[in-house]
Design a protein around this ligand. Structure first.
Ligand code: ADP
Ligand code: ZN
Ligand code: ZN
Length: 819
């Protein structure tokens, strides 16, 4: 359906988004014949007893069947046209359809809350000089309204005020709007009060007549781009305001109040010039510059190969064409460094948008984006919904990262998928950048020279750090029961002595509950599914059990290893805290910094920790997943990985891919500066195909084997998965409902021609979460051809109706994990 259809007369209805304190939702209104409305327009409607603003979402040529046309209330007025680009709504509709959620849910993840609430309608005069002849044609009420507006010097009034003054103001306004003499518009109620703050701007660097101290201040100022907040400069230079005033008197600097946006802007940071590119970068850029229209390309560059510089230089011409660029990154933890680099290059044209912003900040950012000037938006997955006009380029950095997938609330969208649709709608290119591309992108973009851009070497031809694999079984044999192997121990001891820094990565992700033998490395696997069994122990059952969460096979937990009878047959799991304790005990002189979801919870904590580390305030940074991402610190020479196995043995079909990516990424943090790096990777399964591929940087080999396996089993990218999740307090009831849904699906499958397979129902890997029992049904479609599943195969409404209200039902399209 074409939602941007312009309709004028006859019977038309409009579905509008009402977002006021009383309710948020989609409601249908009828359109008066004289009103022309497009998707994205802001309307004025009745809601309850109040008049509120609403956004037109789609124009309907038929009233919804479940509504009595006589009872549908009319749209009162058009407040302002074109709040959003028309294609924006097509995007949200596509999201809702593909991910099987309602449009309102898609809108909720896309728009900041209270977008309209905070806005106030105002009326302003567009033409002041009107001849008496023109005015005589007006009705008395329109005339009065006009006089009111003309009486005000600015010709501009709040609509509320005019309504209070004039009883029939709406009618008068309608008439005046048609003449084109006045218009109504939306203004934020809380005018965004500019936050002013003292800033110091460098004017000249004098040759003589100033003290060394003063010169030092000026140098700092210059280094930081010529303009710094007064407070920051005082801190950075340990100086006083009076010293700065002296410099001001000498004409070296200017001190003035400047606006500090509520956005994460800062004037700090070195202003930065485009670097001269390496030949590989040049070639990649040349190919990108040639792209016209919608075209995804893969930028495959090893860690430290200078992908970011390519992004920056690809964006510059886009801005010059008065278009905007959207840069998506997987996690906030990554943004401070990246944002700095973008700011240094593009200054205030860079705007940061992510869900950790406060409501006010999100709102401000939206208003700023809507004004249509070309900008660079950097943000996490929800930024894919930023309301940019004239989008010229989309970049997904670290495109393989699972952080791009929304877990909840619904829709469980993947920013890469949505970004692709956006690029298609905006008809612009899209760059997927990674050192370890996803299998999806690899499979679709690797083959053609036009879509595969490669940066095979690090900048300045620095080598990738060698990776040594340490066999932890051997360590145990040698009597080392510590979690640190002898090589890692040596490396840690040398670290401080050599004044270098290291990263210790703990590959713990959620619940690593696979069971393995410390003596021989044997991992308990399901005989039917080739995934590792998970450890289950609940107070209700007397013995721990092992269970396959794909097919529900279970067996008791054997007391000793089935292979070698070693008693060290236990489940894995070692948290950051435990590792920190062990480090403190064994390496008391090492200065440690903990970087994980616990220590980075507060706003700005990421940046603070990274800054501390960058300034050499710690020798070793210890942490989980977050450490693997984009950190570019030249002084890091050592990367240690504690037991790579807990990643490898996640009972998930993507375990190998994810382990490969994670280990390669974390290894890539070492040796990015002038000093060579080294990586020590501890494992109980040194011969595992993934470990070997990581240690030897065998990217292509690994991917081709992995793709082959996926193809055989019809897993993505060769098949499509749709996971139905159920959860409820009542164990039996949840299970029974899951069975009911599975039966219905099975019947549909057997009646259809579609090549599809149903797996389950099976209990989720972690059966009980927050007292809720979780079951799931997996639908596997092979091959993946249809983007929108026929509702016959997946009758969502019917499935929903089979679920009692006590059971939560959700659909995850293209789940990244089946856990
Ligand atoms: P990647 O994103 O591929 O891991 P980066 O873009 O972070 O790599 O680049 C690694 C380092 O090399 C950065 O410190 C960057 O400033 C530097 N760099 C990138 N391109 C160049 C270049 N053409 N000349 C000199 N240094 C560069
Ligand atoms: Zn199984
Ligand atoms: Zn064993």
């Amino acid at each position: 359906m074409n939602t941007s259809l312009t309709l004028g007369s006859g019977d038309r209805w409009v579905e509008a988004l009402v977002d006021c304190p009383a309710a948020q939702g989609l409601f249908t209104y009828s359109l008066p014949p004289d009103l022309t409305v497009q998707a994205g327009d802001i309307l004025c409607v009745n809601f309850g007893a109040a008049q509120v603003g609403a956004i037109a979402i789609r124009v309907l040529v038929q009233p919804p069947p479940d509504l009595d046309p006589g009872k549908i209330r009319p749209v009162l007025d058009l407040i302002s046209p074109g709040f959003f680009p028309a294609e924006y709504w097509s995007l949200l509709e596509r999201v809702a359809t593909y991910y099987h959620t309602s449009l309102i849910q898609a809108i909720r993840v896309a728009l900041p809350p209270g977008l309209l609430q905070r806005s106030q309608r105002r009326i302003r005069l567009l033409r002041r000089e009107l001849s008496p002849a023109e005015i005589t044609q007006l009705s008395p009420i329109a005339h009065k309204l006009l006089q009111l507006l003309q009486g005000n010097q600015s010709g501009d009034y709040a609509w509320k005020y005019l309504q209070q003054k004039l009883k029939n103001a709406p009618r008068g306004l309608r008439e005046l709007t048609q003449t084109g003499w006045v218009e109504s518009y939306l203004q934020p109620v809380t005018p965004v009060k500019p936050k002013l703050q003292q800033a110091v701007t460098l004017l000249t660097l004098p040759k003589q007549e100033i003290s060394d101290r003063q010169r030092e201040i000026l140098e700092t100022l210059k280094h930081r781009g010529g303009e710094v907040w007064l407070q920051d400069l005082l801190q950075a230079c340990h100086t006083s305001v009076s010293t700065l005033r002296t410099l001001e008197k000498k004409g070296c600097v200017a001190i003035a109040a400047k606006q500090r946006l509520r956005l994460e802007t800062g004037v700090e940071g070195l202003a930065d010039q485009p670097r001269s590119l390496t030949p590989a970068q040049q070639q990649a850029l040349a190919q990108i510059n040639q792209l016209t229209g919608f075209q995804p390309v893969l930028l495959h560059g090893v860690t430290g190969s200078g992908k970011t510089e390519v992004y920056l230089q690809a964006i510059a011409p886009i801005l010059a064409q008065q278009k905007s660029a959207l840069v998506l990154v997987p996690e906030i933890g990554l943004t401070p460094q990246l944002t700095d680099r973008f700011r240094a290059r593009f200054g205030d044209q860079v705007c940061v948008y992510h869900s950790a912003l406060s409501e006010g900040e999100r709102y401000d950012t939206w208003r700023q984006l809507l004004d249509g000037t070309p900008q660079v938006i950097i943000g996490t997955r929800s930024a894919v919904f930023a309301p940019l006009r004239d989008l010229g380029l989309i970049i997904l950095d670290e495109e393989h990262d699972t952080g791009f997938k929304q877990d909840q609330p619904a829709p469980c969208y993947h920013a890469r998928t949505v970004a692709r649709w956006r690029a298609e709608l905006a008809n612009c290119p899209m760059i997927l950048g990674s050192a370890t591309p996803s299998l999806e992108s690899w499979a679709s973009l690797r083959a053609a020279a036009a879509t595969y851009l490669s940066l095979p070497d690090r900048i300045h031809a620095q080598p990738l750090p060698p990776i040594s694999v340490v066999d932890m079984r051997e360590e145990l044999n040698q009597g080392n029961r510590s979690m640190f192997s002898r090589p890692l121990r040596t490396a840690l001891e040398e670290l401080a002595a050599q004044k270098q820094q290291g990263i210790l990565f703990i590959p713990r992700r959620g619940h690593s509950t696979f069971v393995s033998c410390r003596s021989c490395g044997y991992v308990a696997e399901c005989p039917h599914c080739s995934v590792s069994l998970t450890y289950h122990f609940t107070p209700e059952t007397p013995y721990p059990r092992l269970r396959c969460h794909y097919c529900n096979y279970t067996r008791p937990h054997p007391p000793t290893c089935p292979e070698c009878e070693s008693p060290y047959f236990k489940y894995f799991g070692s948290g950051t805290q435990r590792v920190m304790e062990a480090l403190r005990e064994e390496f008391p002189h090492l200065r440690l910094l903990r970087f994980d979801s616990d220590t980075t919870r507060t706003k700005g904590a990421h940046r603070q920790l990274l800054d501390q580390f960058a300034h050499g305030e710690a020798d070793l940074m210890v942490g989980t997943q977050m450490l693997t991402k984009g950190i570019d610190l030249p002084q890091v020479t050592l990367v240690g990985v504690l037991s790579a196995d807990s990643l490898l043995n996640m009972p998930d079909y993507r375990a190998s891919e994810r382990t490969f990516q994670t280990l390669t990424q974390v290894a890539g943090r070492a040796g990015r500066g002038s000093q060579p790096g080294q990586v020590i990777l501890q494992t109980y399964t040194p011969d595992h195909r993934v470990i070997r591929a990581v240690a030897q940087y065998q990217f292509e080999e690994f991917l081709s084997t992995e793709l082959q396996q996926r193809a055989e089993l019809h897993y993505p990218p060769y098949g499509q998965l749709i996971l139905l999740r159920l959860s409820g307090l009542d164990c039996d009831r949840t299970e029974a409902t899951a069975k009911l849904l599975a039966e219905l699906l099975q019947v549909r499958l057997s009646q259809s021609e579609a090549a599809a397979e149903l797996l389950g129902p099976s209990p989720a890997n972690i059966l009980r979460v927050a007292q809720h029992y979780r079951w799931q049904v997996l639908l596997k479609l092979l091959p993946r051809d249809q983007s929108d599943l026929p509702s016959f195969l997946l009758p969502v409404e019917e499935l929903r109706s089979l679920c009692p209200s006590s059971i939560r039902f959700s659909i995850d399209v293209d789940p990244l994990t089946l856990l």
